[in-house]
Design a protein around this ligand. Structure first.
Ligand code: ATP
Ligand code: MG
Length: 370
């Protein structure tokens, strides 16, 4: 029996467990908030020791980059069975992450360390618009302050952030794209097509795949992700977020795990990113991938479940979490045979889906034409 333990008790690990069952594999999760084991997709929570973990799980993976230290969580992350060990040493701190990208010669937004409070004014003088990012702990736009050219720096808690943040040039990007791919324990790799992403207030609202990217961008993105996975000696699924500017890709950030912008693969491809992640770790050969057609993924954010969503073509994934403002509680996927049909179906669905996402549709009526 191939068993994998996921560090993290959230929906990403839950969806790995769901996928694993399809090929008779077992994924259990360790929830570091409650310091308990969550078996498969069950809501049971049971105590577990380090010795029991060693006996039961030949492979340990993660569904997030940061977690509280329960003793056991630190042991699991540092274990040589943890396929994300190298990534966890580098990615969670944006300073280390950006330094690695610079060392590899991979283009990113120009940046510097926000060491002292007056470094911010100096960065603004050099960069114009800036984005201040906490070195660690940020997600969904939290820990990120965007200040456009000539904008007010007053909202940035700069004294608090000195030494604990980086400051980047604000990139006037044309589009945001991401690539999701897998690397097996054997080193074999496999990639999905580039995905286009729309964020509102720093949080992903809509993804569309495959992105209408020029022929050169896909191999470039694959090569970038492959080099990062090799550098970190990583196995499993990893994602890279890019800004596209003047036909070039700049890395925004790396996620050493399955990624929200890969959720479309549930319905849009014959193997989802969760399948691929588990197979890469359980020694199942990486399949060739077949994408079914243009697919949209809409995040369900801070909203209670609504039966009306199910009255439309499309598939809803619900995480069973308590609903809080700004919290991702599910996602909805829609696949069509053409972009025109997809746009039409999406417009109809937008009438009942949570508000916020229609802002994206209104401003990007042409979806991926432009
Ligand atoms: P995630 O939820 O993906 O982990 P995050 O909160 O860690 O997000 P980023 O991905 O770094 O933070 O930033 C969130 C969003 O803010 C980006 O997707 C992009 O829309 C915008 N953004 C970030 N950095 C820049 C930049 N240098 N220039 C322009 N926009 C930016
Ligand atoms: Mg991001």
């Amino acid at each position: 029996m191939n068993r994998v333990l996921v560090l993290g008790g959230g929906q990403l690990g839950l969806m790995m467990a769901e996928a694993a069952a399809r090929l008779g594999l077992v994924v259990d999760r360790y929830d570091p908030e409650r310091a308990v084991l969550l078996p498969g997709t069950s809501d049971l929570a049971v105590p577990i020791t380090w010795e029991e973990c060693l006996e039961r799980y030949p492979v340990i993976t993660v569904e997030r980059e940061a977690f509280p230290d329960t003793g056991l969580s630190a042991q699991l992350a540092a274990s040589d069975r943890c396929v994300a060990r190298g990534a966890l040493a580098t990615i969670p701190d944006r300073f280390d992450q950006k330094s690695m990208l610079d060392r590899l010669g991979i283009p990113t937004a120009p940046w510097r360390l926000l060491d002292r409070a007056d470094d911010l004014a100096a960065a603004v003088a050099d960069f114009g618009g800036v984005v201040v990012k906490a070195r660690s702990g940020g997600y969904d736009g939290r820990g990120t302050w965007i200040v456009g050219e000539g904008g007010d720096l007053g909202a940035v808690p700069v004294d608090e952030l000195a030494g604990r943040a980086i400051v980047e040039k604000k990139i006037p990007f044309r589009r945001e794209l991401s690539i999701v791919g897998a690397r097996a324990l054997s080193g074999e790799t496999l990639f999905y097509p580039l995905t286009r992403n729309w964020h509102v207030d720093g949080i992903l609202r809509l993804s569309l795949a495959p992105a209408n990217a020029s022929a050169a961008l896909q191999p470039h993105a694959e090569n970038t992700l492959r080099r990062i996975m090799e550098e970190l000696d990583f196995a499993g699924v990893m994602a890279v977020e890019f800004f596209e500017q003047d036909g070039e890709l700049l890395v925004n950030e790396i996620a050493p795990r399955v990624h929200n912008s890969g959720h479309w693969t549930h319905e849009g491809a014959d193997w989802s990113q969760f399948d691929l992640h588990v197979h890469a770790l359980a020694g199942v050969p990486l399949h060739s991938l077949n994408v079914h057609g243009p697919t949209a993924m809409v995040n369900l954010i801070g909203t209670p479940f609504d039966q009306a969503w199910l009255q439309h073509p499309g598939v809803v994934h619900w995480y069973g979490k308590s609903v809080r403002p700004g919290r991702k509680v599910g996602h909805a996927n829609l696949t069509a045979s053409t972009l025109d049909t997809l746009r039409e179906d999406l417009r109809a669905w937008a009438d009942v889906l949570p508000k916020g996402f229609e802002k994206v549709l209104d401003s990007e009526l042409d979806l991926d034409r432009g």
